[in-house]
Design a protein around this ligand. Structure first.
Ligand code: FE
Length: 162
């Protein structure tokens, strides 16, 4: 009998509605900012999530030590430090060293963008001092406490951890 091609060490696949019907899957990150986890990789420190920001939302100025790939699904947003506007269908590459402040203007109801992030976001204050960071582990902790709070249970996050 022919051997199956599926590798014996392959981990289970994950197939899901990226934009969920269940509002509880959106994890609050900050005022007017939520993320929907898809993959949280604790082996190489990357994660894939949808970021949702509603009108007037600002994601504090942060720097990336590793690359970020983005694909805009809905709405519009921009960085204060750049003169382009991200719109649905656009692909964004943020190289290591890039520092920026993401804003969703008042005229935009909400934006949703798929971000594939490596490493961390290091947040800076107005005097250019690093004050805080996010990485795959802070994301997991946010998921755990949110999913616990909304009744899904902290371990609900485990399906996204690879
Ligand atoms: Fe960024």
């Amino acid at each position: 009998m022919k051997k199956p091609l599926q590798a014996t060490q392959s981990i289970p696949e994950l197939v899901t509605e990226a934009i969920p019907d269940d509002e509880r899957l959106w994890v609050p990150q900050a005022d007017k900012i939520w993320f929907r986890p898809l993959i949280l990789n604790t082996t190489n420190g990357e994660w894939v999530n949808l970021l949702r920001i509603t009108k007037g939302g600002v994601m504090n100025r942060h720097r990336h030590p590793a690359p970020v790939y983005g694909y805009v699904l809905k709405g519009e947003w921009r960085y204060l430090e750049h003169d382009w506007i991200a719109k649905p269908g656009m692909f964004v590459f943020e190289p290591p060293g890039e520092i920026h402040t993401l804003v969703v203007d008042e005229g935009v109801e909400e934006m949703i963008t798929l971000f594939h992030v490596f490493g961390a976001l290091v947040y800076f204050d107005v005097d250019d001092n690093p004050i805080q960071h996010d990485d795959v582990h802070t994301k997991i902790e946010m998921c755990r406490s949110h999913f616990e709070q909304v009744g899904l249970g902290a371990d609900y996050v485990k399906q996204f951890i690879r």
